[in-house]
Design a protein around this ligand. Structure first.
Ligand code: FA5
Ligand code: MG
Length: 415
């Protein structure tokens, strides 16, 4: 990596993110559009809805979780760089080598060593190593994900970890004398092999109480929510997801679970046990403010932002759509170049070419001509402008550009 004090000029194969230059290699797949989002830190921008909601969450933890002298239990980090190592994002969290999250079709790599974090969980080990027992991490995260009203390639998460020593966890139990947090047992659906059932159940209770308390605090007790079990994360067991009802459908807002003991062991906290969660700030803000589309968080339209200009984050706000313009839906069919072709590459390309005007891209048809050994994909692209009605001619023009870019950059053959 070069820096400003070295004389060597920047090579065209380098990429610069936030003033730092990184070498590129065959893993590099960050696009200029994605890099332009690094440093925006919407969660730290005064009057932004993501900033308001993250303060409401922080206030919940500051209010209900205090030490015996009244200071907050949870330390807060909101400014850690999103460029992390493969180790931080995956290995430290026990992702198996063949986990799909590691592939270039799911993650934005700066190069084979560094990437744009795919979750704020990437900082967990570092912070536990610092000796912290309770912390919150807010930040921007990056994923090559599907595109629709609730998925965007850059979004914001808030992670938390809470660790307990034996005495602390059992403090609420009537007669803890014969209880231990550890045992040399078997891994079951309810617990890890190292944990006693009592410890696992107390942690689960504490975790779910903390999170349902947060949901009540944000949305009121009337909100419909449900716990989903049978969830897998490499870094927690057991694991759960919390879903809330939004516009008539269940919306997943967070993942959580009991921290894998191996992580605590690697971070020098073997004698503790704990829980962790990671929530999506956009998804919670969509519910809280009734924001129908995740792209609106990136809007510079004063009509959007001025609705959130409040100094007290607890002020009730219901978003009023500035106006709603009709969508234009165009299909695109092509022969894919080979078996390695990934839909995520196409999703990314559509975003790079057409930007936020794309509301949704979905694979609607796929078939293989066995004789000719070729496979066709058909994608339905929904274009919708936030500020005006599109003419069909404008959309056709954009659609042609997308087709040309797919031909040139992905090697597809339009049908
Ligand atoms: C995670 O990212 C885990 N790191 C969460 C976690 C942390 C679990 C600690 C256990 C312990 P997941 O991929 O489900 O999990 O994302 C967490 C939340 O981020 C989701 O529930 C959702 O609210 C939000 N989210 C995920 N993908 C997107 C997306 N493309 N756009 C907007 N929000 C998203
Ligand atoms: Mg999930």
């Amino acid at each position: 990596m070069s820096n400003s004090t070295t004389a060597s000029p920047q090579k065209s194969s380098d990429v610069t993110i936030q003033g730092l230059t990184y070498p590129t290699d065959s893993y590099t797949n960050v696009t200029p559009r994605i890099i332009s989002k690094v440093g925006c830190n919407l969660h730290n921008q005064k009057y932004h809805p993501l900033n308001l909601i993250r303060h409401r969450i922080q206030n919940y933890f500051d209010t209900y979780f205090t030490t015996h002298i009244g200071s907050p239990v949870f330390s807060v980090f909101d400014n850690i760089s999103p460029v992390v190592s493969v180790y931080q994002n995956f290995d430290s969290l026990l992702f198996p080598p063949d986990h799909p999250g590691r592939t270039v079709s799911d993650t934005y790599y700066v190069n084979s060593q560094q990437l744009l974090r795919a979750h704020t969980t990437a900082h967990q080990e570092d912070l536990i190593k610092m000796g912290l027992d309770a912390f919150l991490v807010a930040g921007d995260v990056y994923r090559r994900d599907e595109i629709d009203a609730s998925h965007y390639p850059v979004f914001h998460q808030m992670d938390a970890v809470r660790l307990f020593q034996e005495k602390e966890l059992f403090a609420r139990v009537n007669d803890p004398t014969n209880l231990s947090i550890f045992e040399d047992g078997k891994r079951t659906a309810d617990k890890q092999e190292f944990h006693s059932l009592e410890a696992a159940k107390l942690l689960e209770y504490d975790l779910k109480k903390t999170l349902s308390g947060l949901a009540d605090c944000l949305f009121g007790k009337e909100v419909e929510m449900r716990w989903v079990d049978d969830v897998y994360f490499p870094f927690t067991h057991p694991s759960w997801e919390l879903e809330i009802m939004f516009e008539g459908e269940w919306l997943e807002v967070l993942g959580c679970g009991i921290t894998e003991q191996k992580i605590l062991h690697n971070a020098g906290a073997s004698h503790k046990v704990g829980w962790a969660f990671g929530l999506g700030l956009e998804r919670l803000a969509m519910k809280l403010y009734n924001i129908p589309d995740i792209r609106l968080f990136w809007s510079n339209d004063p009509g959007f932002l001025k609705q959130f200009r409040v100094d007290d984050p607890n002020t009730p706000i219901t978003y009023k759509p500035i106006s709603s313009y009709p969508p234009c839906i165009n299909d695109m069919s092509f022969w894919i170049p080979n078996e390695e072709f990934r839909s995520n590459d196409f999703y990314d390309l559509v975003r790079s070419v057409a930007g936020d005007i794309v509301e949704r891209v979905e694979l609607v048809d796929e078939f293989t001509q066995v004789a000719k050994q070729r496979t066709s994909h058909c994608y339905r692209i929904t274009y919708r402008h936030m500020d005006k009605t599109f003419t069909q001619a404008e959309v056709n023009d954009l659609h042609t550009k997308v087709g040309r870019a797919a031909t040139d950059l992905l090697g597809v053959t339009l049908r």
